[in-house]
Design a protein around this ligand. Structure first.
Ligand code: DC
Length: 231
C-alpha cells in the first residue's frame, strides 16, 4: 500500500482531534481537520450576517479560498490569505456550525476540497462523514464515542484552558444540540459506517485511547497486507 487513508468519525468532543493529530504526527501523514472547514465557513457567514440566507452561504462557499496548515499541534485556517484560526472555535461558531453544515451545497463543495487534499499523499482525516462520504474507501475507519457527560467535561476543560467563561450546562446543551442536528440531517448524517471499528473512550485515559487506536491500525493494516498477498 503506497498511500494510506485513515478516517476517524464521531460526535463532538469524542477525542477525534487528539487521536488524529497524534497519528498524523507519529506516522508523518497530513492531518485533515474537516470540522475546521465547516467552522471557517460558519465564521465567515456570521461575520457577513448571512447565517439565515442559504443562497448567500452557498455563494460564499463556492467562492471560498481556504487553506489549512497544521503547525505546532494546531490547525491554522486561512481564508483568502487571512488567518481566522482564533475565531473558528468561538461560542458563536459552535452555536451555528451545525445549521451551516446541513446545507447540501456547503457539504459538496467542502468534500471536493477534502478529497483533493488526499490526492497528495497519506492522510489522517477526522470529521462526521469522513468514513462514509469523503473517504468511503479509507484503509482504516474508526468511530470514536464517549458518554455525553464525559464529552461535555472535556470540552468545558478546553474552554477553561482558553479562559472562556461558560457553564457545564451550556457546554452540554450545545454538544447535545449539535449531535442531534449532525446525526439527523438529511445529507451525510453522522453515522457509524459498517466497516468502522468503534472505540468508546469513556473512562479511559488519552494514553490508553491512543494505544488502542495504534493497535487497531496495526491490525487493520496487517490484515490488508495479508489480503493483498493472498489475492
Ligand atoms: O469536529 P468539530 O467539532 O470541529 O466540527 C464542528 C461542526 O462541523 C460539527 O458540529 C458538524 C460539522 N462537521 C460536519 O458536518 N462534517 C464534518 N466532516 C466535520 C464537521
Amino acid at each position: 500500500m503506497s498511500k494510506i487513508i485513515i478516517a476517524i468519525d464521531g460526535p463532538a468532543a469524542s477525542g477525534k482531534s487528539t487521536a488524529a493529530k497524534f497519528l498524523a504526527e507519529k506516522l508523518g501523514f497530513t492531518y485533515l481537520d474537516t470540522g475546521a472547514m465547516y467552522r471557517a465557513i460558519t465564521y465567515l457567514a456570521i461575520e457577513k450576517d448571512i447565517t439565515d440566507n442559504q443562497n448567500a452561504v452557498i455563494d460564499l462557499v463556492r467562492n471560498l479560498k481556504i487553506n489549512l496548515r497544521f503547525e505546532n499541534g494546531i490547525t491554522k485556517v486561512f481564508i483568502d490569505g487571512k488567518e481566522v484560526t482564533d475565531f473558528i472555535r468561538s461560542k458563536d461558531v459552535n452555536a451555528s456550525v451545525s445549521k451551516i453544515s446541513k446545507i447540501p451545497e456547503v457539504r459538496s463543495e467542502l468534500v471536493k476540497i477534502q478529497q483533493k487534499i488526499a490526492n497528495n499523499g497519506s492522510i489522517v482525516a477526522e470529521g462526521r462523514d469522513t468514513t462514509t462520504v469523503v473517504f468511503p474507501n479509507a484503509d482504516v475507519k474508526i468511530y470514536l464515542t464517549a458518554k455525553e457527560d464525559v464529552r461535555a467535561n472535556r470540552r468545558l476543560n478546553e474552554y477553561l484552558k482558553d479562559n472562556i467563561e461558560i457553564s457545564f450546562e451550556e457546554v452540554k446543551n450545545n454538544l447535545h444540540e449539535r449531535d442531534k442536528i449532525d446525526s439527523s440531517r438529511e445529507v451525510s448524517p453522522l453515522t457509524k459506517s459498517k466497516e468502522a471499528i468503534e472505540l468508546d473512550t469513556t473512562g479511559i485515559s488519552v494514553e490508553e485511547e491512543l494505544e488502542k487506536i495504534l493497535e487497531i491500525i496495526d491490525k487493520v493494516v496487517k490484515e490488508k497486507k495479508n489480503y493483498h498477498q493472498v489475492n
